[in-house]
Design a protein around this ligand. Structure first.
Ligand code: UN1
Length: 520
């Protein structure tokens, strides 16, 4: 397969053409071409990515601003039909899209298919949203007066996403933003640029007008400068950001200067608590998927198992046995997990491993680090030397002040510790200061209730994985995991619109609220 050349799409035109003819102009010296490679076969170039500078982001926001008003005038049910057409196109091209996701970011094909399905589900929901009531009629305290509320689009939504969910998570922003009449500028991860371009192609084919959905490709430095300039110029009304906590803080501060509240979906250090009555087979199975599925690179991935001291050893034995049976390797095959996302993530994971080597006694793996010919793994499928494959690691006895306990690792590593009573378990679960997902294994409803009310996480699972939320539940976190914004389902509408109220006097008189109210 030939690598695809991926360039920005601004105002409906490919960047190259835009640079020649566009009103804002993009300085040619700012443009760089990098490659996006297959993390399972590092020699394979998936895309040649034309990286823009900050000005392209400003130009894209300007193009979005110019196109938005007309899009907002399209009746919501018709916008819903465009979303429906997009969903059908995704469905018709599901296998090709899933394979592209696997090739570009290395998640197993079964997971990639699930990710594509998540877009289809999102479109199913929001297609219908175009036909649902959106405002209210509100009773007035005075006669001959009508009060209404309306949802209005914000204008231009800038979407910045990571590459671990290169198509589904962006669709959580793009679909509701477009449905509600906004125009978007999307800056995906560079290492997932081919997936992004494919998604934008499908949006265009579905009938999203030129300029309403723009794609820009830029590195972190250019993005921060471009976003700042676009905000300063009044060209961006909302930022949706999914990525790391430090970058989220930066984005939040930038938006705060403009009195904007971004939608921030950041990291997680998601705990799984095992009560004394936990079903340990089910828990080990869930921990395998939550901790090692997607190579531990979901924001909802399991961080630490907090096991009651009475079940700790038995759980450890089960998880070890499950990991020994697990097959790791080529994500096109039936494996537990494939390679890490790209070289930068591998380097970050190596740093975590280095500190673990110095301080801990890991198990669940015969070796720490890259899987290669020098450190082979039983149950490996594929060519270990060709990709960014890492051994699975479990570290027992993590302490609350260990980095491994408090910091997101984004790799196939899980911590294990024990507790004596539920209060202590909840305290440990909240200790890292994140608050995205969490889970508890127990058959006791009272324990579930106490856990749910004590945990700060936005998402709580009982007897199942921390990861794998369904697409129509509110998704999001608190603390280091985000600013409380919720995506997905109907809740995201509050992120993408502003409420407007209308007071309509029909009496012909000046009726003054609070003052002219007579209660007989
Ligand atoms: C993410 O990792 O950014 O709940 C999102 C899940 C998926 C989404 C993860 N539905 O695991």
């Amino acid at each position: 397969v030939q690598p695809r050349r991926v360039a920005a799409v601004i105002g409906g035109r490919q960047h190259d053409l835009y640079a020649a003819a566009g009103p804002a102009g993009i300085a040619p010296d700012e443009v760089r071409v990098i490659t996006s490679t297959n993390p399972a076969h590092l020699g394979e170039v998936v895309a040649e990515v034309v990286l823009d500078g900050a000005e392209a982001i400003v130009a894209a926001a300007a193009a979005a601003r110019a196109a938005q008003r007309e899009w907002a005038d399209v009746p919501p049910p018709v916008r819903g039909e465009v979303i429906g057409a997009f969903g059908r196109l995704v469905e018709d091209n599901a296998e090709a899209l899933a394979r592209l996701v696997t090739r570009e970011v290395g998640k197993p094909l079964a997971e990639a298919r699930g990710e594509v399905q998540e877009i289809v589900d999102t479109c199913t929901l929001f297609r219908a949203e175009g036909r649902r009531p959106q405002g209210q009629t509100v009773p007035s305290e005075m006669p001959d007066r009508e009060l209404f509320t309306y949802r209005e689009p914000l204008g231009v939504v800038m979407v910045i996403t990571a590459g671990n969910f290169p198509v589904a998570v962006p669709s959580w922003y793009l679909v509701p933003a477009l449905l509600t009449g906004n125009a978007v500028v999307w800056k995906p991860a560079e290492y997932a640029a081919a997936c992004a371009a494919a998604l934008v192609d499908l949006l265009t084919a579905a009938g999203v007008p030129a300029g309403v959905a723009n794609l820009v490709l830029a590195d972190g430095a250019a993005t921060s400068v471009g976003l700042e300039r676009a905000l300063d110029a009044g060209l961006v009304d909302k930022v949706g950001f999914t990525g790391s906590t430090p970058v989220g803080r930066f984005v939040g501060a930038l938006c705060g200067r403009h009195l904007q509240t971004p939608c921030l979906e950041l990291g997680g250090k998601n705990p799984m608590v095992l009560a004394p009555d936990a079903d340990l087979d089910a828990a080990a199975n869930a921990a395998l998927f939550a901790g090692f599925g997607t190579a531990g690179q979901r924001c909802t991935s399991l961080g630490t198992v907090i096991a009651h001291e009475s079940v700790h050893d038995a759980f450890r034995r089960r998880l070890t046995a499950a990991l020994e049976r697990a097959v790791i390797g080529d994500p096109m095959r039936d494996v537990l997990y494939g390679p890490l996302l790209d070289a930068r993530f591998a380097a970050g994971f190596e740093e975590h491993l280095a500190s673990i080597r110095d301080h801990h006694e890991p198990f669940g793996s015969t070796a720490l680090g890259r899987i290669g010919q020098a450190s082979p793994r039983r149950g490996f499928a594929g060519d270990p030397e060709a990709g960014l494959y890492y051994h699975p690691v479990v570290v027992d006895g993590v302490r609350p002040d260990d980095d491994l306990f408090t910091e997101e690792t984004f790799g196939p590593i899980v911590g294990l510790t024990s507790y004596r009573n539920l209060e202590e378990a909840v305290e440990l679960a909240n200790r890292p200061g994140y608050g995205l997902s969490s889970s508890i294994f127990t058959g006791d409803p009272v324990t579930v209730r106490r856990f749910r009310r004590g945990i700060r996480a936005g998402m709580v699972s009982v007897n199942t994985s921390t990861s794998g939320a369904e697409a129509h539940l509110p998704f999001g976190g608190n603390g280091r995991s985000g600013n409380g914004a919720r995506q997905s389902g109907q809740w995201v509408l509050d992120q993408m619109t502003r409420w407007q109220s209308l007071t309509w006097e029909l009496s012909g008189r000046l009726q003054k609220a609070q003052m002219d109210v007579s209660v007989p």
